[in-house]
Design a protein around this ligand. Structure first.
Ligand SMILES: [Zn+2]
Length: 112
């Protein structure tokens, strides 16, 4: 025999992770992420709530892949830094050459 809704104690109630509605534990399904999803949400196709699912994916992502991505990122940053340094040097060299040329020109002018 099933008890009427009025005698449900608070410990028998679960909060749906998707819609935040309090429902009796018989009316919710606990998914593999430990979330309670009510019948209405399950009928809407909700099986898990986004953030937890994302964290789950991150946890399952192989560490090697993360390391690889980190190395690629580090190499990209290093290349950009080297390019920026080379560019800065070539600019300063060109400026120095121009300074020397103008210096030579002014000396020539003084000599004549
Ligand atoms: Zn729900």
């Amino acid at each position: 025999m099933q008890a009427p809704a009025s005698v449900h104690t608070s410990t028998d109630m679960r909060t749906c992770s998707a819609c935040r509605v309090r429902v009796h534990r018989d009316e919710v399904h606990k998914n593999r992420y430990g979330q309670y999803i009510c019948k209405l949400c399950r009928n809407d196709g909700v099986r898990a709530v986004g953030l937890r699912r994302f964290q789950h994916l991150l946890q399952r992502m192989p560490t090697a892949l993360l390391a690889f991505l980190g190395v690629v990122l580090a190499m990209a940053v290093a290349t950009l830094v080297v390019l920026a340094v080379v560019k800065a040097h070539s600019y300063s060299n060109a400026g120095m050459v121009e300074d020397l040329k103008s210096l030579v020109r002014s000396i020539n002018r003084l000599a004549h």
